[in-house]
Design a binder for this molecule. Structure first.
Ligand code: MG
Length: 378
């Protein structure tokens, strides 16, 4: 099946910062996907928290397995919409590489500390700096030398950046929407983590099944259907089956509504997708409501659960202690960062150094440099 006219055709890519000869059998987006997979930042996702640390279980999601789930769903959605699955897959695989240790709590703390110094921390912008500067793998250029559309999607997949506030990003067409392949990523990300967190939270015995049925109607009706079909089935398998149906319902909802939006808008090519006043990838109001009730439930019952909150507080305290220590003792960072801290803004260098750490490495550094009990989290 050929791609639709509004798909991002790799032959129309705005290309790489440093021109390279084309590859005999991999297109530019497939090569970008491969470069992301071979990057150090990608491998580090394995030791970064999604929601649960390894203290809970070895088979819960970490940021790497979450990323693989996002990539799998993104390929499915892109395939069903006949848009560019190579580009969507590359964007899914790269979408979380800018995440600091300890999930969103770590990101908020770094952002708060940076604001004290007139700066900001945003994981999408950090991801852009990783692929542009920090990854040093190739003789001929710094970073991964990814195509324009992948770099653009890294920063724009989940939010818009007001052009006046971000003049340094002007090349990324901030006043325009990104191609559909980038637009689907944020919604696919949500589907992936909402369903996965429900799965892991239930497995960790932190969620109450009756409460779940009472508060998340889309799960309740899926479970009732499964229960009717197989009343004698094992409870956990019925739970899995219901969750699978919820996932399928959300993905199908995203595909169908996005297709409707594309048709209604009349866009015929990527340039008109870019110029369209709103993003076209979206849930219908009904499916958005289902997704929102799942999200509300997880916020109220899982993420704020005392066991997770306590661990999160300890982790963030360790991150904070290390940030303050390195700000005062930049010479205790590896030579590359210590040298950089002499000339560049010191808090930015410390922030970049810490943001690149895995959870384990951060706790080890705390232990080595501060000798604190912060390491008790692991
Ligand atoms: Mg994600």
């Amino acid at each position: 099946m050929p791609l639709e006219s509004y798909a991002m055709d790799v032959r129309r890519s705005r290309g790489r910062r440093y021109p390279e000869p084309s590859h005999p059998y991999r297109n530019a987006y497939a090569r970008d996907r491969d470069r992301v997979i071979h990057s150090r930042a990608f491998r580090r996702l394995e030791a970064k928290t999604q929601v649960f640390t390894t203290r809970f279980s070895d088979h819960f999601r970490n940021r790497l397995t979450h990323t693989l789930e996002v990539a799998q769903i993104a390929r499915t959605v892109a395939g069903a919409l006949h848009i560019n699955a190579d580009l969507a897959e590359a964007l899914a695989l790269v979408h979380d590489i800018g995440h600091p240790p300890f999930g969103h709590a770590g990101e908020s703390l770094l952002d708060a500390r940076m604001r004290e110094h007139g700066g900001r921390f945003d994981h999408n912008l950090h991801a852009l700096r990783i692929v542009e500067q920090f990854e040093q793998r190739y003789l001929d250029f710094p970073g991964l030398n990814l195509t324009f559309e992948v770099r653009e999607g890294i920063i724009k997949h989940s939010r818009d950046y007001p052009p006046a506030e971000f003049p340094a990003l002007a090349e990324y067409l901030l006043g325009e929407r990104p191609p559909l392949e980038a637009q689907i990523i944020d919604l696919v990300d949500e589907i992936a983590y909402n369903t996965a967190d429900l799965d892991d939270g239930f497995e960790a015995h932190l969620l109450d099944f009756d409460q779940l049925r009472a508060e998340v109607p889309v799960f309740d009706s899926a479970f009732a259907e499964v229960d009717r079909r197989c009343p004698q089935g094992r409870h956990k398998l019925k739970f899995n089956e219901a969750l699978k149906r919820v996932l399928d319902h959300l993905v199908t909802g995203l595909i169908e509504n996005t297709r409707r939006q594309i048709q209604a808008s009349g866009v015929k090519d990527v340039e008109s997708v870019r110029r369209h006043p709103a993003r076209l990838a979206s849930f219908s109001a009904e499916v958005a409501g289902h997704n929102a009730s799942l999200k509300r439930f997880l916020n109220a019952r899982l993420y704020s659960h005392p066991i997770l909150a306590e661990e999160r507080d300890r982790s963030v305290a360790a991150l904070d202690a290390l940030f303050r220590f390195l700000l005062e003792h930049p010479d205790r960072m590896p030579k590359y960062y210590a040298d950089l801290a002499q000339s560049a803004h010191r808090h930015r260098v410390v922030c970049d150094y810490i943001a690149g750490m895995t959870d384990h490495y951060l706790l080890r550094q705390c232990h080595e440099l501060l000798g604190t009990s912060a390491t008790r989290t692991q």
